[in-house]
Write a protein that binds this ligand. Structure first.
Ligand code: UDP
Ligand code: MG
Length: 309
C-alpha cells in the first residue's frame, strides 16, 4: 500500500528538506505496516527557489514529487491539487513549516489500520506563541460558525489529517471554486478520530497569513457553509415592519387625540438614514453571496500547473 504526504508550500525553501527528513523518520514504522511512502510537494507559485530545492531532493529520492503552480493560488488550491493528484491509499495533509508534527503519523496510522477509522484529524489544544488578538478572533469565528452552520467545524482544528482513499475521493469530488477545507472535511462526514496536541511554533521562515487574509478566509467559511446572513436580512426586515406598524398606530391615535402639530423632522431624518443603512447592509449581504455565485458559474480551474515532476 502507498502513503502520500501532501505538502502545500509557498516560499518554504528553508523547510523543504526538514519536513522530508521528519516524515522519513517514520519509514521503519511504515515499512513494518507494509506501507510505501511518497511525498508530493505543491509549490504554490513560490518566489524563493522552493521548487529547485524540491527538485534537488527528487534527484536523490524518486519518491519525491512536485507540482508547481503558474502563480500563487492560495493554500486551499494547494490542498485541492495535492488531494487530486495523490496516488496513495492513504493521504496526509501537512504544513511545510513543521507545525504539524510528522511524529504523530504512527499513532494516526494505528487508528486507521487497527481501529477502523477513515480519517484521523488533529486539533491543537493551545494557541501559545500566537498573537493574542489573532487567537481571540479565531475563537470568536469558531463560536459563530458553530451557531450558524450545520456542518461540524472544530475549534483549533488543523488541516493536518490522514485520510483513506474513499474520503480523499469524496473531497476531490467537491469542485467548488471558493474552498474552505475545514468545512469540506466536516461536510463529507466519515468516521473521524480527533487527536490533540500542543501548539508547535513554525520552525523557520514567516507565516504567510496576514490578519486581513485570515479575516477574508473566515468570511469565505461563513458564506461557504451557512446561509444565516441571508436569513438575518429577512429577520431584520420583519422586525422593522412590526416596529413600523406599531409606530403608525401610535401616530394615528396621537393625531386624533392631540391634533397634528407639525414638528419632529429631525427624528424623521434619523429614521430615514437608519433605514437606509439597514437596507444597504442587507443588499450588501445579498451582493456578497451573488458574487460567490458569479465566480462559481465561471467554472474556472482551481489551479494551473506550470511544471510537474
Ligand atoms: N501556504 C500555501 N499558499 C499560500 C499560503 C500558505 O501553500 O498562499 C502554505 C505554507 O507554505 C504552509 C501552510 O500553507 O506550508 C501554512 O501556512 P503558514 O504556516 O504560513 O500559516 P499559519 O501556520 O501561520 O496559519
Ligand atoms: Mg504555519
Amino acid at each position: 500500500m502507498l502513503f502520500t504526504a501532501v505538502i502545500p508550500c509557498y516560499n518554504e525553501v528553508e523547510n523543504v528538506e526538514d519536513i522530508y527528513n521528519e516524515i522519513m523518520k517514520n519509514e521503519e514504522y511504515l515499512r513494518s505496516r507494509e506501507i510505501e511512502t511518497e511525498i508530493l510537494y505543491i509549490d504554490d507559485g513560490s518566489k524563493d527557489g522552493t521548487p529547485d530545492k524540491v527538485k534537488e531532493l527528487a534527484a536523490r529520492d524518486s519518491r519525491v514529487h512536485l507540482i508547481s503552480f503558474s502563480r500563487n493560488f492560495g493554500k486551499e488550491a494547494g490542498i485541492f491539487a495535492g488531494l487530486e493528484n495523490a496516488k496513495g491509499d492513504y493521504v496526509a495533509l501537512m504544513d511545510a513549516d513543521l507545525q504539524d508534527p510528522p511524529s504523530l503519523l504512527p499513532q494516526m496510522f494505528d487508528e486507521i489500520l487497527d481501529n477502523g477509522y477513515d480519517c484521523v484529524a488533529t486539533r491543537r489544544v493551545s494557541r501559545k506563541g500566537e498573537p493574542v488578538i489573532r487567537s481571540m478572533f479565531a475563537r470568536l469565528f469558531y463560536r459563530i460558525m458553530r451557531k450558524i452552520s450545520k456542518t461540524d467545524i472544530v475549534d483549533g482544528a488543523r488541516d493536518y489529517r490522514l485520510m483513506s482513499r474513499s474520503m480523499v475521493d469524496a473531497i476531490v469530488s467537491m469542485r467548488e471554486y471558493n474552498r474552505f477545507s475545514k468545512g469540506i472535511f466536516g461536510w463529507v462526514g466519515f468516521k473521524t478520530k480527533w487527536l490533540e496536541f500542543e501548539n508547535v511554533e513554525r520552525r523557520k521562515g514567516e507565516t504567510k497569513w496576514s490578519f486581513w487574509g485570515l479575516f477574508k478566509y473566515s468570511l469565505e467559511g461563513i458564506m461557504g457553509f451557512s446561509t444565516a446572513p441571508l436569513a438575518m436580512a429577512s429577520v431584520l426586515g420583519i422586525v422593522f415592519t412590526i416596529i413600523a406598524f406599531f409606530a403608525i398606530i401610535f401616530i394615528i391615535v396621537k393625531t386624533l387625540v392631540f391634533g397634528d402639530p407639525t414638528s419632529g423632522w429631525p427624528s424623521m431624518a434619523c429614521i430615514i438614514i437608519f433605514m437606509g443603512g439597514i437596507q444597504l447592509f442587507c443588499v450588501g449581504i445579498l451582493g456578497q453571496y451573488l458574487s460567490k455565485v458569479y465566480v462559481e458559474v465561471k467554472e474556472r480551474p482551481i489551479y494551473i500547473v506550470r511544471e510537474r515532476l
